[in-house]
Design a binder for this molecule. Structure first.
Ligand code: SAH
Length: 229
C-alpha cells in the first residue's frame, strides 16, 4: 500500500520513515511513502497556502484550493473503494488499533496535515472521507499525527514484522487487552528477578501466566478496556 502525506513541511519526514520497521517495510516494497509539498499547488509569487479567517479571530487557516488541487493530482482516478482521504484533526474520531487495521485495507491513503488554526472546513466537508485524531490534545500540526498513523498501519501489513505472531499478540489486537509483560536477560537485575515461570520452559504454564499477567496489567493500567467489553 501507499501512504501519501500532504504537508507544508515535507522535510519533517526525513526522520520518521527512515528507521526500523518502517524503513525495512519500505525497502522490502511492502509499504510506499510519498511526501507531497502543499506549496506545489500554490501559484502566486509567495506560494501562499494560508489566509486570514473569515469572521476574524486568531491565526491563519490553510486554504481549500491547494489541498483540493493536490488531492486531485495525487489520486487522479478517484476510487473510493481503494483510496482513502484522511484529514488529520484534533476533532476527528480517535485513531486506534481498529482504525489502523481498517486503513490498512486501502491501496492508497492520503493523509492531510493541517497547520496554524486548521484547514478550511470545506476540506472536511467535501474532500476528506474521514477525520482522525490521535488523542484529545492539540498539536501544532498534523505531521506527527500522520507519522503515528503510518507507523501503526505499517506494522499490520503482512510480512512487515519478522514474526507474524508478534502483531497478532500485541496490545489491542485480538481482544481489548494489553500485551503481556516482556523480560529479557539478565534474569536478576539489581536484585529484581524475572517471574520464575518464564525461566522454566513449560509452555502451557508460560501461556497461562502471560494471559493472567496481561489481564492484571490491563486492570491496573487500563480498566476502561475491560469495562468496554
Ligand atoms: N484549531 C484547531 C487545532 C488546530 S492545530 C482545534 O482547536 O481543533 C493544527 C493542525 O494540527 C490541525 O489542523 C491538525 O491537522 C493537527 N492536529 C492537532 N491536534 C491533532 C490531533 N490530536 N490529532 C491529529 N491531528 C492533530
Amino acid at each position: 500500500m501507499t501512504f501519501h502525506v500532504l504537508t507544508i513541511f515535507p522535510e519533517f519526514y526525513r526522520g520518521p520513515f527512515e528507521f526500523g520497521v518502517l524503513a525495512r517495510a519500505r525497502k522490502m516494497g511492502l509499504l510506499r511513502t510519498r511526501v507531497w509539498d502543499l506549496r506545489n499547488w500554490s501559484f502566486d509569487r509567495h506560494r501562499t497556502v494560508d489566509d486570514r479567517p473569515f469572521g476574524g479571530g486568531e491565526g491563519m487557516v490553510l486554504k481549500a484550493e491547494p489541498v483540493f488541487l493536490a488531492a486531485e493530482e495525487i489520486l487522479p482516478a478517484r476510487d473510493v473503494s481503494r483510496q482513502r482521504i484522511v484529514l488529520m484533526s484534533a476533532q476527528g474520531a480517535r485513531f486506534d488499533q481498529a482504525a489502523a487495521a481498517r486503513l490498512g485495507t486501502y491501496q492508497d491513503v492520503l493523509l492531510i496535515c493541517g497547520r496554524y488554526e486548521g484547514v478550511d472546513e470545506r476540506v472536511s466537508e467535501k474532500l476528506a472521507d474521514e477525520e482522525l485524531s490521535i488523542g484529545d490534545y492539540v498539536l501544532s500540526g498534523g505531521e506527527l499525527a500522520a507519522a503515528v498513523v503510518v507507523d501503526a498501519v505499517a506494522r499490520l501489513i503482512p510480512g512487515v514484522l519478522g514474526n507474524e505472531e508478534s502483531a497478532r499478540q500485541e496490545s489491542f489486537s485480538l481482544e481489548p487487552i494489553l500485551d503481556y509483560p516482556h523480560y529479557t536477560r539478565p534474569a536478576v537485575f539489581r536484585g529484581w528477578s524475572v517471574p520464575e515461570v518464564l525461566l522454566g520452559g513449560n509452555h502451557d504454564e508460560i501461556r497461562r501466566w502471560r494471559r493472567g499477567a496481561a489481564r492484571e496489567k490491563t486492570l491496573r493500567l487500563r480498566p476502561d478496556l475491560l469495562e468496554r467489553k
